[in-house]
Design a binder for this molecule. Structure first.
Ligand code: GLN
Length: 297
């Protein structure tokens, strides 16, 4: 069978199965199987495919048609132009989350900071100590560290498997990171950071059943479920973050498009934060809330 016909058959099967983007997925799976990039596939469109490759391709299509996420089949996802390994133990990196990374990097690059002393630099200390809380695959902290070189990264997650994956992704991206296991701030007792970044679970419990099959049947519920109103984790983070931020420290959190006002209120009422700002993602939805710790009076 010709390459073009085979991929079209894949696309047809995925479309029939209700996949959202059958054309892209059919091409991605062919690319994953053969190691060819999109351009090569296009150039070889009229060439015959080996029967063995054809059989293996249709096996991949079959799995995807069962609504197994593409990234669980390929084992990876690109994010911010960097490559990350993905397993079913963590949330698959989403483009939405690039807003959180961009805001974090922007804050770091635009904030004048007293440089660390010569001695601290000798000891290899970087200017910014940042924490990626609920790190999952580690994409947020690792991306910020790759974009801004002057960052010392700590990451943590309640899931042991997430911790292992973040360590692997940090290594693969050549970022040094301390990765710890524990519930929110539990592994960071007595430690303060210049910036805390977090993409916590924020989907309302009763909304999870309405998500796509790929998400609700294959992604970890504990990475999605934010409780009755989706705000459970924010309440805990807002309460504890002030004792883990240095003076003027930043807190940046991803959120659902309809949670901005509730979160603004939460941060305001705590009385500990200033410069509370909501940032929209590329499609224009409110996606990130950003603030700084107030100075001690
Ligand atoms: N944006 C994600 C989704 O709806 C949710 C991510 C999260 O809860 N942190 O799939």
């Amino acid at each position: 069978m010709k390459t073009r016909i085979l991929i079209r058959e894949g696309q047809y099967q995925l479309n029939k199965a209700g996949c959202m983007d059958p054309k892209t997925d059919a091409e991605e799976l062919y690319s994953f199987l053969t190691g060819r990039d999109r351009v090569q596939i296009f150039l070889e469109a009229e060439e015959e495919v080996e029967p063995e490759t054809e059989r293996r391709y249709m096996k991949l299509i079959e799995r995807r048609a069962q609504r197994i996420p593409l990234q669980h089949i390929t084992g990876e996802q690109e994010f911010m132009g960097f490559r990350f390994a993905v397993t079913p133990d963590v949330l698959i990196p989403r483009q939405d989350t690039e807003t959180l990374v961009q805001e974090g990097a922007k804050a770091i690059q635009s904030t004048q900071k007293e440089k660390r002393s010569f001695l601290e630099r000798l000891k290899g200390r970087k200017d910014w100590e940042i924490l990626d809380l609920c790190c999952g695959s580690g994409i947020v902290g690792i991306s910020v560290a790759r974009i801004c070189g002057n960052v010392e990264l700590t990451a943590s997650d309640i899931s042991e498997a997430a911790v292992a994956l973040t360590k692997r992704n940090a290594r693969d991206n050549r970022v040094e990171a301390e990765v710890l296991q524990g519930d929110l701030f539990a592994p960071h007792q007595g430690k303060r950071f210049d910036m805390i970044l977090c993409n916590p679970p924020y989907v309302k419990t009763n909304m999870i059943g309405m998500l796509q099959d790929e998400i609700k049947d294959h992604e970890p519920r504990e990475a999605l479920d934010g409780g009755r109103d989706g705000l459970d984790f924010y309440r805990r983070i807002v309460a504890k973050a002030p004792s883990h931020l240095k003076e003027d420290g930043f807190l940046l959190m991803e959120m659902g498009y309809d949670q901005g006002e509730a979160l603004r209120k939460l941060l305001k009422e705590s009385g500990r934060f200033r410069e509370i700002e909501i940032v929209r993602d590329l499609p224009g939805k409110e996606r990130v809330i950003r603030c700084r710790l107030k100075r001690d009076r």
